[in-house]
Design a binder for this molecule. Structure first.
Ligand SMILES: *[C@@H]1O[C@H](CO)[C@@H](O)[C@H](O)[C@H]1NC(C)=O
Length: 674
């Protein structure tokens, strides 16, 4: 059977080699192994060098493994697998794996342990992302070569299966044939089971405890699909199948999958405040559109010597009021009274301020000026005159694409001044807020709660927060916990709004139907379902494909926030807002970050970075001080009070001391306490 060769990409992870590629020797060693020992099955299609930096490593791997057209079957990395501080490869790679392959890791370690006990100092990972097998090799050319040799014979089979080749075809000849194909003699080795490749135990996907008081003892498994609700509680996943992302990774997903902003033509009026320009705006007209005086005084024709000396007749009057076009041409020796902003009479070349003049004679009825005395020297043409277009010239760009039309600045006024009546802006997304859960009752329902009932605080809170950020909000009510109802409610919502926020229904409860409804009924994609943070771990971000009115395929966004009011509010600001900003063209997206000083010691979460609700006030010297707003257990409603910011606290065992500088994300206004 003539087979296409399997495509390999090699990633050299070395800060030294990134600076000077000539220092790298492993590339050669690896291509050598693939050529000489790969049985002609491998084609090295790409090699890249990156520094020991998690984001760089991940970016390159995703470029290879996330684009179907790349069709890369195998990525091998070399470097960064040791115990040194700069060794980040296993962490960078395992966060990307959809499936772990501990067998390959075991194979590599077992082989190198036969060579040296230092093999224990290598921390390889292996697994599958999309259809690509990924293996991390050590940085030394010798170690990399040995490790690759140890698993090379199994890799074609691994890659073919990962790429989705029909396993019946693959396994048609039984284990013996597979081994023969791979060139392995099983008589000396344990044969491996083909019935079910066991991915039983997996590493590296974090197991952050939700609160200090929730404890689990086993490590999570990976199988990215939500529960099938029809199977009933006995068949549901016993833990979240979604990989745990860091906050940065989650934000990256939001950036990547938030649908593009829509450009619309809008009238220039007060409703534009808060929108972002989708085009450069040019002045339609000159400002000023005519030669205008900038003082009250007398328009004159400046004589050659710049001297005006004597009593001059006032031959006309020019007011700022428009329409008096019958002003006659001014001659040298005549003057015309003029007010600030009024057009100059034709022929006038300068304006003398009224303060530099003395009224000498009036008309017979005493109502008008007749003769005005002026004694000035060195008068130049153009004095006290604004020339046509001296402020803004027609066709000058006055505002740029991407600029925010603020309610405090003068952008709208500027557009009005230059005669622009319509501009292109990014449409602001409409937000829908939905609560889910049979236990949730309307917040203002009269009477006492029955056992198990909870008042719906999140919907009203989130609607408020979205409005405060300048978005139109639709109240989607409370959806009952039955799959049909939820699906119908969401379908209806997606017709009316661009982004749905739901809250409740995101933990692992038996009746949490949201994820299955998104994935199974609405054909949506869940981009993340867990985030390593406190509070807000179960935050979920999904997009749903829909058709717009024009029949084009677009996508809409669903954020599913934790049911706890405080967590919902934190995750709204941290995750939903950047998505809304991106759709609105607002950049940078999300809350502004400022450095603040802790007003007291803060205890840290041992495992997860925390977004701690706090009150930030400016003291007399302008220093920003942060005080916790109370208990931070995610269900504590009390901590919502008075919080105007979220402190970005790292995880750690020791408390952060009073006076430590940390970043704060500002949700509200900063008070000044003097
Ligand atoms: C690969 O997986 C990533 C993360 O789960 C996903 O975003 C991407 O669309 C996938 N690519 C393909 C080609 O399946």
């Amino acid at each position: 059977m003539a087979e296409a060769r399997l495509k390999v990409a090699v990633l050299i992870i070395s800060t030294t080699a990134a600076k000077d590629p000539s220092t790298d020797a492993s590339q050669l060693a690896l291509s050598d192994v693939l050529d000489k020992e790969g049985g002609g099955k491998w084609e090295l299609v790409d090699t890249k060098i990156v520094s020991d930096v998690v984001t760089q490593i991940q970016r390159q791997i995703m470029l290879w493994a996330d684009v179907a057209a790349e069709n890369i079957n195998l990525i091998v990395t070399t470097g960064g697998t040791g115990f040194a501080i700069a060794d980040n490869t296993p962490e960078a790679v395992s966060a990307l794996l959809h499936k772990q392959a501990p067998g390959l890791v075991h194979g590599m370690l077992a082989a190198s342990l036969q060579v040296t006990p230092f093999a224990m100092m290598s921390r390889p990972v292996a697994g599958i992302r999309n259809k690509t097998v990924i293996v991390t090799l050590p940085g030394s050319p010798k170690g990399a070569k040995e490790n690759l040799e140890a698993i090379l014979k199994m890799l074609p089979h691994a890659c073919q299966q990962a790429a989705g080749m029909d396993s019946r075809t693959l396994h048609a000849g039984g284990v013996k044939k597979l081994e023969a194909d791979a060139g392995i003699d099983s008589s000396s080795k344990q044969s491996h089971s083909h019935a079910h490749h066991d991915h039983g135990h997996s590493h590296g996907h974090g197991h952050g405890h939700d609160h200090g008081d929730l404890v689990r003892h086993t490590s999570p498994n990976i199988d990215p699909i939500s529960n099938d609700p029809s199977l009933g509680p006995s068949r549901r996943s016993r833990e979240s199948p979604y990989p745990m992302l860091s906050v940065d990774e989650a934000l990256q997903k939001i950036k990547e999958f938030t649908p593009p902003s829509e450009v619309i033509a809008s009238k220039v009026d007060t409703s534009l405040a808060g929108r972002v320009l989708a085009e450069d705006v040019s002045a339609r007209e000159n400002v000023p559109g005519f030669r205008a005086s900038i003082v009250d005084g007398y328009a004159v024709v400046v004589p050659k010597d710049g001297k005006l000396d004597g009593v001059f007749p006032v031959v006309s009057v020019s007011h700022a009021a428009p329409g008096e076009s019958e002003v006659k041409e001014l001659k040298e020796g005549e003057i015309a009274r003029i007010t600030t902003g009024a057009p100059l009479p034709p022929g006038a070349t300068s304006v003398i301020m009224v303060e530099d003049t003395v009224l000498k004679t009036t008309t017979d009825d005493g109502k008008e000026e007749k003769g005005v005395e002026i004694h000035v020297e060195g008068v130049r043409e153009g004095e006290n005159i604004r020339e046509i277009g001296s402020d803004i010239k027609a066709d000058d760009v006055v505002l740029s694409k991407g600029e925010l039309i603020s309610a405090v600045g003068g952008e709208i006024g500027l557009m009005a001044a230059v005669g622009v009546a319509e501009v292109k802006t990014y449409r602001k997304p409409v937000v829908g807020v939905l609560s889910t859960g049979d236990e949730i009752v309307q917040h203002d329902r009269p009477g006492d709660l029955r056992l198990g009932e909870v008042r719906d605080t999140n919907r009203i809170t989130l609607m408020c927060a979205a409005r405060e950020q300048g978005f139109d909000v639709v109240d989607l009510g409370i959806a009952a916990d039955t799959s049909g109802t939820l699906e119908e409610t969401l379908r209806d919502a997606l017709r009316r709004v661009d982004l749905v926020i739901t809250s409740g229904g995101v933990s692992m409860g038996e009746l949490d139907l949201l994820k299955p409804t998104i994935e199974r009924s609405l054909g949506g994609t869940i981009h993340f379902g867990r985030v390593a943070m406190k509070p807000g771990k179960p935050t979920t971000f999904a997009t749903i494909p829909v058709k717009n009115n024009a029949g084009e395929r677009i996508s809409k966004v669903i954020f599913s926030l934790p049911g706890n009011p405080a967590s919902a509010l934190v995750t709204f600001h941290l995750f939903v807002l950047p998505s809304l900003h991106q759709m609105s063209g607002i950049s940078p997206a999300g809350l502004s970050k400022v450095p603040v000083f802790l007003a007291h010691d803060f205890t840290l979460d041992k495992a997860r970075p925390e977004y701690h609700r706090a009150l930030v006030v400016a003291d007399g010297s302008g220093r920003l001080l942060a005080t916790s707003t109370g208990g931070q257990r995610s269900s504590k409603v009390g901590s919502l009070r008075g919080a105007n910011s979220l402190l970005c606290l790292p995880s750690g065992k020791e408390p952060l001391k009073k006076g430590t500088k940390v970043d704060a994300l500002l949700m509200g206004h900063v008070r000044v306490d003097v």
